[in-house]
Design a protein around this ligand. Structure first.
Ligand SMILES: Cc1cc2nc3c(=O)[nH]c(=O)nc-3n(C[C@H](O)[C@H](O)[C@H](O)COP(=O)(O)OP(=O)(O)OC[C@H]3O[C@@H](n4cnc5c(N)ncnc54)[C@H](O)[C@@H]3O)c2cc1C
Length: 638
């Protein structure tokens, strides 16, 4: 963590200096009439976007929520490894790791062939494959996650906070203007002046307003999909049980009583149970069946026989039927090429799926992590508004994959066991499918198609483990200035900056004339360099593109004083030297990043990483023209 760059300030380094132009949020202050971005909904999607935009006080952001306050319990709880990597960029991954339940193993229980009325453990699977991520898969109460994002917003320079008690009623887009073309009508739902309306004009509106999204409806989006006609109940409980795996994630299938998913939760006592309740008729909704928490507890006790459950407190419960649906466009322009979008939808507003693959919150936040930096670039004049079209393209493709995989998984979970599975002559299908899905459920299987943002590079062989279109896969390194062991990927913050990682060839120690030195000098001074072309006069040299290097020697074999100036830039109000840009391989047995990520030892390479942590390009260290051309296709010359 780096701080005091602009001068010493006491207190928590998480609290950033407040910007003088921030909105006055006093109780009697009116709502703004115009904003740059209006976000509807304070679920995971909306808060993840707001937390990014909040770092930029030059962008006026407003986030409205129809409820009077943050939720206090319930809803989703699964956070996959990819999302944890993203939390690292927001600065709260360590806090989450400390507080939460880590899913290390998943256990599978099926009917005991000797007595099918009883269940028996049939297998265990390691939940996060070795080196699939440096982060754990965790479970956390959604309300607590909201709080962590709200803290980031509150501590940001713009001191952003939601406007609770305001519901988006309708919106219209004026195609004849680029000056705040979206008019949003808000209804006071707080009870203070209930039903009163206000109008706010925005440059961009993002509907993160859940499955019944009014923003989606306003842009003509329809959710297409189906229901599995299966009622499931969910309960977070404090209970005693003789079921031995209650502190492990478990998938339990009984012979005739249905299925259960057990999810242990934070704190060591509370756990969640998803309980299969009943088949529904095609025209029937779970709510119509009027199931109660007692029905759920009774069903759970039938399913887990010979074990039993003594529930002391039901913390939260809900009943729902599984549905899978997807909208056909994630913005207001769809396939139209003559206009750029001004309205977007994200999260459950554009895709819904069963919670049992644990993807709801994750995919929703990944949607807005994809959109956030693009909005920031466009609003700061760094990129053309056409960049925003890539959001719908990239995330719609991903959402289709999610809905398809989730659909398959839900059916496997609800399917009856076969005789061969019960006899133990065949590995249960649920275990096979679970293993096949691990990368998907971890969130690390996402691979964006080739486009001007994901280069069709002929140089992928220089870094076989950092595939273009996939997230930058972190690995251990040592920071040369202070010999600190760390993860390279953790230098990337949610700050809308690009990263160029230069991996040095074997003999390169950054002496004058070496490939790293030449590249660094070119990046710093040449008029064709993307750093020179896309950084404004007066901005820090790493304000848009953050250049870092990794060497193959140990830190004591490198001479820090010979590192080129772009790797030790002087930035901030005081022009202080940054000592965090030079790394080398960690030789203490935790793994060599060059081996782990398939980096060419002799030639080294350049890896360009987008602000949302996806690998955009892989190039040789001397591919100056290709590097320049790549950035010219995305960013404006300034
Ligand atoms: C009752 C319920 C139970 C759930 N249970 C589970 C579960 O057990 N496991 C699981 O994995 N997932 C569960 N989910 C789904 C999971 O919570 C979502 O996938 C995830 O929260 C999606 O995040 P989101 O930000 O897209 O939407 P949401 O979290 O739904 O947030 C949308 C927000 O928008 C607000 N809003 C809606 N309309 C407007 C409007 N017109 N104006 C202003 N604000 C508006 C809502 O009040 C809400 O705060 C549940 C969802 C619900 C609603």
């Amino acid at each position: 963590m780096q701080f005091y760059k602009n001068g010493f300030r006491g207190g928590s380094p998480d609290i950033k200096q407040a910007a003088p132009n921030r909105r006055n949020r006093g109780t009697n202050e009116p709502l703004p009439e115009k904003v740059d971005v209006l976000i509807s909904g304070t679920g995971p999607a909306g808060l993840c976007l707001a937390a990014q935009l909040a770092q930029f006080p030059d962008i006026e952001t407003m986030i409205v929520e129809r409820m009077p306050a943050n939720i206090i319990k319930g809803k989703a709880d699964g956070i996959n490894t990819r999302t944890m990597e993203m939390f690292q960029a927001f600065g709260f991954a360590d806090k989450v790791k400390r507080e939460t339940y880590w899913v290390n193993q998943t256990a599978f229980w099926m009917p005991d062939p000797a007595n099918p009325a009883h269940i028996k453990r049939v297998g265990r699977v390691q939940d996060v494959a070795d080196d699939s991520s440096e982060m754990p898969h965790i479970l956390i109460n959604q309300a607590r996650l909201h709080e962590l994002f709200l803290e980031v917003m509150q501590n940001s320079p713009s001191r952003l906070a939601p406007d609770y008690g305001w519901e988006v009623l309708s919106l219209t887009v004026d195609p004849t203007t680029e000056d705040h073309p979206v008019t949003v009508v808000l209804k006071d739902s707080s009870g203070v002046n209930w039903g009163g309306t206000r109008t706010v004009r925005a440059n961009y509106v993002v509907g993160c307003d859940g499955a019944h999204s009014s923003v989606r409806k306003a842009i003509g989006g329809v959710l297409h999909g189906d229901a599995a006609h299966q009622a499931w109940g969910v309960m977070d409980i404090l209970a005693n049980t003789d079921f031995p795996d209650v502190r492990q994630k478990c998938l339990i299938s009984s012979a005739n009583e249905g299925n259960i998913l057990v999810l242990p939760r934070e704190g060591g006592y509370v756990f969640r149970m998803y309980v299969e309740l009943d088949k529904l008729r095609p025209d029937e909704k779970a709510a119509q069946k009027k199931f109660t928490q007692d029905d759920m507890i009774a069903a759970a006790n039938r399913i887990i026989k010979p074990y039993s459950l003594d529930v002391k407190e039901v913390v939260w419960w809900s009943i729902y039927d599984i549905g899978h649906s997807l909208t056909d466009k994630f913005d207001d322009v769809g396939d139209a090429t003559d206009r750029n979008p001004h309205v977007f939808v994200a999260g459950d507003a554009c895709h819904t799926h069963s919670p049992k693959a644990g993807q709801g919150m994750n995919v929703s936040m990944q949607d807005t992590f994809n959109l956030g930096w693009k909005l920031i670039h466009v609003l700061q004049g760094r990129a053309n508004p056409s960049l925003l079209r890539s959001y719908s393209h990239e995330r719609l493709t991903e959402a289709k994959r999610l809905v398809d995989t989730d659909h398959k998984w839900s059916r496997v979970m609800s399917a009856p066991t076969t005789q061969a599975e019960r006899d133990g002559t065949e590995e249960p299908r649920i275990i096979r499918q679970f293993k096949d899905n691990l990368e998907f459920t971890g969130g690390t299987a996402v691979k964006y198609d080739k486009s001007y943002l994901f280069n069709d590079s002929p140089h992928q062989a220089l870094a076989t483990g950092e595939e273009i279109g996939r997230r930058f896969h972190s690995a251990p390194v040592v920071r040369v200035s202070d010999a600190k062991q760390m993860q390279l990927g953790h230098v990337a913050q949610a700050d809308a900056r690009w990263r160029i990682y230069a991996f040095a060839g074997k003999a390169d120690t950054s002496t004058a004339g070496s490939a790293i030195h030449k590249l660094s000098d070119w990046l710093e001074t040449n008029p064709n360099s993307p750093v020179v072309k896309h950084t404004r006069k007066g901005e820090d040299i790493d304000a848009v593109i953050d250049f870092r290097a990794v060497f193959q020697q140990t830190f004591d074999q490198l001479a820090y004083e010979t590192m080129p100036s772009l790797l030790k830039p002087q930035t901030g109000k005081l022009g202080l030297q940054d000592h965090g840009k030079v790394f080398c391989v960690d030789h203490k047995g935790v793994g060599d990043i060059f081996d782990m990520r398939g980096i060419h030892r002799d030639k080294g390479c350049l890896i360009v990483v987008r602000p949302d942590q996806y690998v955009a390009n892989v190039l040789p260290l001397d591919a100056y023209n290709e590097l320049s051309a790549y950035f010219a296709g995305v960013l404006r010359s300034l």
